[in-house]
Design a protein around this ligand. Sequence first.
Ligand SMILES: *[C@@H]1O[C@H](CO)[C@@H](O)[C@H](O)[C@H]1NC(C)=O
Ligand SMILES: *[C@@H]1O[C@H](CO)[C@@H](O)[C@H](O)[C@H]1NC(C)=O
Ligand SMILES: *[C@@H]1O[C@H](CO)[C@@H](O)[C@H](O)[C@H]1NC(C)=O
Ligand SMILES: *[C@@H]1O[C@H](CO)[C@@H](O)[C@H](O)[C@H]1NC(C)=O
Ligand SMILES: *[C@@H]1O[C@H](CO)[C@@H](O)[C@H](O)[C@H]1NC(C)=O
Ligand SMILES: *[C@@H]1O[C@H](CO)[C@@H](O)[C@H](O)[C@H]1NC(C)=O
Ligand SMILES: *[C@@H]1O[C@H](CO)[C@@H](O)[C@H](O)[C@H]1NC(C)=O
Ligand SMILES: *[C@@H]1O[C@H](CO)[C@@H](O)[C@H](O)[C@H]1NC(C)=O
Ligand SMILES: *[C@@H]1O[C@H](CO)[C@@H](O)[C@H](O)[C@H]1NC(C)=O
Ligand SMILES: *[C@@H]1O[C@H](CO)[C@@H](O)[C@H](O)[C@H]1NC(C)=O
Ligand SMILES: *[C@@H]1O[C@H](CO)[C@@H](O)[C@H](O)[C@H]1NC(C)=O
Ligand SMILES: CC(=O)N[C@H]1CO[C@H](CO)[C@@H](O)[C@@H]1O
Length: 297
Amino acid sequence: MAEVILLFLSVVTLLSFPTTKADYVYHICPNTTVFTPNSTFQSNLNDLLSSLSSNATRDTGFYNATSSRTPNDTAYGLFLCRGDVTTAACKSCVTTATSEVVQRCPVEKEVVIWYDDCMLRYSNNSFFSVATESPGVFMWNTQNVSSETNRFNQVLAASMTEVATEASNDSDKFATREANFNGSIKLYSLGQCTQDLSSVECNRCLKGAIENLPTCCGGKQGGRVLYPSCNVRYEVFPFYQNSTSAPAPAPGAWPLSPPSSVSKGNNTSNITTKVSPSSFFQLLLLVLCLSSALALF
Ligand SMILES: *[C@@H]1O[C@H](CO)[C@@H](O)[C@H](O)[C@H]1NC(C)=O
Ligand SMILES: *[C@@H]1O[C@H](CO)[C@@H](O)[C@H](O)[C@H]1NC(C)=O
Ligand SMILES: *[C@@H]1O[C@H](CO)[C@@H](O)[C@H](O)[C@H]1NC(C)=O
Ligand SMILES: *[C@@H]1O[C@H](CO)[C@@H](O)[C@H](O)[C@H]1NC(C)=O
Ligand SMILES: *[C@@H]1O[C@H](CO)[C@@H](O)[C@H](O)[C@H]1NC(C)=O
Ligand SMILES: *[C@@H]1O[C@H](CO)[C@@H](O)[C@H](O)[C@H]1NC(C)=O
Ligand SMILES: *[C@@H]1O[C@H](CO)[C@@H](O)[C@H](O)[C@H]1NC(C)=O
Ligand SMILES: *[C@@H]1O[C@H](CO)[C@@H](O)[C@H](O)[C@H]1NC(C)=O
Ligand SMILES: *[C@@H]1O[C@H](CO)[C@@H](O)[C@H](O)[C@H]1NC(C)=O
Ligand SMILES: *[C@@H]1O[C@H](CO)[C@@H](O)[C@H](O)[C@H]1NC(C)=O
Ligand SMILES: *[C@@H]1O[C@H](CO)[C@@H](O)[C@H](O)[C@H]1NC(C)=O
Ligand SMILES: CC(=O)N[C@H]1CO[C@H](CO)[C@@H](O)[C@@H]1O
């Protein structure tokens, strides 16, 4: 199969207002590996999800679990909350994820679902401690960097390198960085790995994600690369809570953040070739359509 399927959709990311409902971002569950309804695997999966959900109050924001009746039908899973979210927000996000995932992926064995505040992953294959960088989801802020693009890229690259180093060595595998671009614009960067990874694996995963930023998000004011084992994001507005300052993003500086776009793909080089001007144009149309559809609600 030489064709990589690119899926496009639009999501509206809101500034981090406290909301009760978790903001869904994306999910991936190929229908190539499915289980039989009411099978042993399904029972194990149900146990796994309730175990993850009941452990969502842990203050590390991470938990991995295994559920096994017979050796062949083991379900492996984990959740990871963004490093800055409160325990209450983490619990709420994981609760939402564990209940919604069975609707979005009712019979699939290999699943990753991302929300703004957390992610949930499970599989019938053991995946703990190994950095998984595929499949990946790319998202970018549709606003362009309007001037000094080269210097913006330099500030971004420097911030991301620091984030990767710091997150790899952090006990929670999470780091953020705030950098001045100029007097009026700051760049906010974030990187995080699942906590089952070693420093070395985490660093490898983050570096791989960061290498994709120019491809997915070059020239954009914001971007994200989401992998099953790690993720990075940058924006020119604060999208995370800074633990050392009051969690009150200045709403005047940047209005509601614009829609982001998502593209999913298997392999970087193929993404590069697939995001051609024509598909980018279709993407813009789709973003516009979906944005207006979302505006109806
Ligand atoms: C899997 O998904 C593809 C594309 O969404 C679809 O064409 C195919 O019929 C699905 N296969 C099964 C077994 O559901
Ligand atoms: C997981 O499921 C897939 C597809 O059903 C199967 O090929 C694979 O062997 C399973 N893995 C394990 C460890 O049983
Ligand atoms: C699975 O179990 C549920 C409840 O036990 C039942 O309603 C459903 O018909 C079963 N499905 C299959 C495919 O056996
Ligand atoms: C995690 O979940 C398991 C299974 O539901 C439970 O036995 C365990 O006590 C939970 N741990 C915490 C810290 O809630
Ligand atoms: C588990 O899988 C192995 C080979 O994949 C098979 O020989 C064995 O019978 C299976 N056991 C059960 C309980 O299904
Ligand atoms: C961003 O730049 C691209 C190419 O330079 C252009 O096609 C697009 O319309 C610009 N987007 C915005 C929102 O200005
Ligand atoms: C900062 O950069 C932005 C975008 O390049 C530009 O619009 C703005 O005028 C700059 N501000 C200052 C004080 O240079
Ligand atoms: C982690 O910290 C140690 C010292 O505390 C340092 O030697 C090492 O280079 C750091 N690793 C990374 C990946 O930054
Ligand atoms: C948090 O904010 C303080 C002051 O506003 C700043 O000095 C610090 O660098 C910020 N920390 C991060 C991780 O962005
Ligand atoms: C969680 O992951 C670690 C590897 O990082 C593994 O050793 C441990 O057994 C896993 N815990 C469960 C309950 O599967
Ligand atoms: C990604 O592509 C590789 C070949 O380059 C293939 O083996 C793998 O199954 C693909 N993964 C997915 C999730 O499509
Ligand atoms: C997964 C996939 O489709 N990979 C393809 C990416 O593109 C190269 C050529 O550019 C192919 O050789 C790969 O098979």
